[in-house]
Design a protein around this ligand. Structure first.
Ligand SMILES: NC(=O)C1=CN([C@@H]2O[C@H](COP(=O)(O)OP(=O)(O)OC[C@H]3O[C@@H](n4cnc5c(N)ncnc54)[C@H](O)[C@@H]3O)[C@@H](O)[C@H]2O)[C@@H](O)CC1
Ligand SMILES: Nc1ncnc2c1ncn2[C@@H]1O[C@H](COP(=O)(O)OP(=O)(O)O)[C@@H](O)[C@H]1O
Ligand SMILES: [K+]
Length: 481
């Protein structure tokens, strides 16, 4: 694994336990806990004026961080109380942190939470393994302003799922790296502002945790830059299958492919060719039979699905797969394979939204990462599940979470643009998972720059700049490592 990818990893709670175990043999947990609690106190002090703070402490190391934070806030002369759900295990680092806090202790009750101006939730963190009891939730629900140590104590750090109904927090202070549960909804909303503190975790301990989920950012992948010796075929040819009834979707995908830097974009439209010829003059429209078009070996990458009926998919997708092409299947192709995902075997990338995913593999449930990873393994292709946070899995188990996005992307045809962008990156020679990840990021970047209430055509004008920015950021990331 490249070192710089560790920068973007999102370790799961189980991987954090491995990391902590490795750290306990090097620096010791007590030193890390001290820095973690200090970071919580600092984050609170830099955001809030001095006020009455109640720290809710659980029995594990999350609680330990809470005692340390309480001690540092008290040292800064803030009025602080601690309410312990249960005492920490004797002999452990949390027990030592509890011992060092010499301030006020109060009962773990809703009344005490209500009286505080600010409640720091250090009940459960990475160790959360079931829904907290009402005794815990009733206290958390009474708090006004909430700050989480690591995670809100009812949010699953792996999936972002809420194991109980709870309030939204103002701030979460996590350590080393954010966890998937900070990025995935609903945890993404519940956690409020996210601060990730460097607590001096040795990088080899993080490496020992073998993280396999990443935040999608340039540097996790790099997009090919323009080269002086480039010609249109070296930049890559994108071919699309065009249908008779819904040419708009195919044209949007073709426009996305062109705007993100494809050297040449062609639509294979058979007898529907005339409808496409009225469109953008930079597009090449083919009316020859697909078999004849496939004799051109330069046409390696095909996008099949946007704007196609099931019959049109049936007539094209199996031919493309049999010809050994890199096929990105989207939209109509995913409907065609609903209930029979094996029909997609041999394609390289699929880009379902949640409805298409459910039609192929069943509803993903609370653990989207696992569901998308399982689907990628099952079909031996890259699966990109679109959403407010997009999940991109490779058959070898790697997963990226793309939160570089905006609700402005939620406009009809936006998914067609995305598939066109990914096709361009595949045609530029990027590996399949990296191309899908980069495509999601460029799409998000274009959406973020497309102004207020954009329509789908507005994204295209920002894709070139998005690609340039991704190239620059990936180069920066490589320099920093
Ligand atoms: N990852 C890191 O680098 C570091 C982590 N630290 C802290 O350590 C925390 C993890 O500590 P622990 O592994 O001790 O786990 P926690 O403190 O999160 O949980 C403690 C124990 O509570 C029990 N528990 C879980 N869910 C429960 C529920 N719903 N009801 C009742 N009991 C429940 C479990 O048996 C669990 O082992 C992190 O969240 C973080 O705050 C820091 O102290 C230092 C460094
Ligand atoms: N709330 C949101 N926040 C960020 N991105 C979103 C949101 N809603 C949708 N998107 C993105 O917009 C695109 C919509 O694609 P899709 O559902 O296929 O729409 P269509 O079929 O109309 O093209 C996806 O890339 C998705 O990730
Ligand atoms: K917590």
């Amino acid at each position: 694994m490249m070192a710089h990818t560790l920068r973007f990893c999102l370790p799961t709670p189980a991987q954090c336990a491995t990391m902590d175990e490795a750290a306990s043999r090097i620096t010791g947990i007590a030193a890390l806990m001290d820095r973690a609690g200090w970071a919580v106190a600092q984050a609170v002090r830099s955001r809030f004026a001095p006020c009455r703070v109640l720290v809710l402490c659980g029995p594990g190391n999350n609680g330990g961080d809470g005692y340390v934070a309480a001690r540092y806030l008290e040292r800064a002369r803030w009025p602080v109380q601690v309410a312990a759900l249960a005492e920490p295990r004797e002999g452990g680092p949390a027990a030592e942190a509890a011992r060092l806090f010499r301030g006020n202790r109060v009962a773990f009750t809703p009344e005490n939470a209500r009286r505080a101006d600010l409640v720091i939730d250090a009940v459960f963190g990475a160790g959360l393994d079931r829904a907290p009891a009402d005794e815990v939730m009733n206290v958390i629900r009474e708090a006004g302003t909430l700050v989480a140590v690591d995670l809100p104590s009812f949010v699953n750090g792996k999936t972002g799922a809420a194991l109980a109904e709870g309030p939204d927090y103002a701030l979460s202070v996590t350590f080393v790296r954010p966890k998937p549960g900070h990025i995935l909804p609903p945890g993404r909303v519940t956690r409020g502002e996210l601060v990730c503190a460097d607590i001096g975790m040795p990088m080899r301990c993080l490496e020992a945790a073998a993280p396999d989920i990443w935040l999608n950012q340039p540097g996790l992948w790099s997009v090919p830059a323009m080269k002086p010796e480039d010609h249109k075929y070296s930049r890559g040819v994108v071919s699309l299958c065009g249908g008779r009834i819904m040419p708009g979707a195919t044209r949007l995908a073709a426009a996305g492919a062109r705007a993100s830097g494809a050297g040449l974009v062609r639509i294979s439209a058979g007898r529907a060719a005339e409808a496409y010829r009225l469109g953008a003059p930079g597009l090449v429209i083919d009316d020859a039979p697909l078999a004849a078009l496939l004799e051109d070996e330069r046409r390696k990458v095909w996008l099949c699905g946007p704007g196609l009926t099931e019959d049109e998919v049936e007539a094209t997708l199996p031919v493309l797969v049999a010809a050994g092409r890199v096929v990105l299947a989207d939209a109509g192709a995913l409907g065609w394979a609903a209930g029979a995902p094996d029909k997609l075997r041999g394609v390289s990338v699929i880009t379902p939204h949640i409805g298409e995913f459910a039609g192929l593999f069943g509803k993903p449930g609370d653990d989207r990462v696992q569901a998308v990873r399982d689907a990628a393994r099952e079909l031996d292709c890259v699966v990109l599940l679109k959403g407010s946070v997009t999940v991109i899995a490779a058959p070898d188990g790697r997963v990226a979470l793309n939160d570089h996005a905006t609700p402005a992307l939620a406009t009809a045809g936006s998914g067609d643009t995305l598939s066109g962008v990914i096709a361009t990156l595949l045609a530029a020679g990027m590996p399949h998972w990296e191309a899908a990840c980069a495509g999601a990021w460029l799409h998000g970047e274009a959406g973020l720059n497309a102004g207020n209430w954009p329509i789908v055509e507005d994204f295209d004008g920002h894709l070139g700049d998005a690609r340039a920015r991704a190239i620059a950021l990936a180069a920066d990331a490589a320099c920093d490592d």
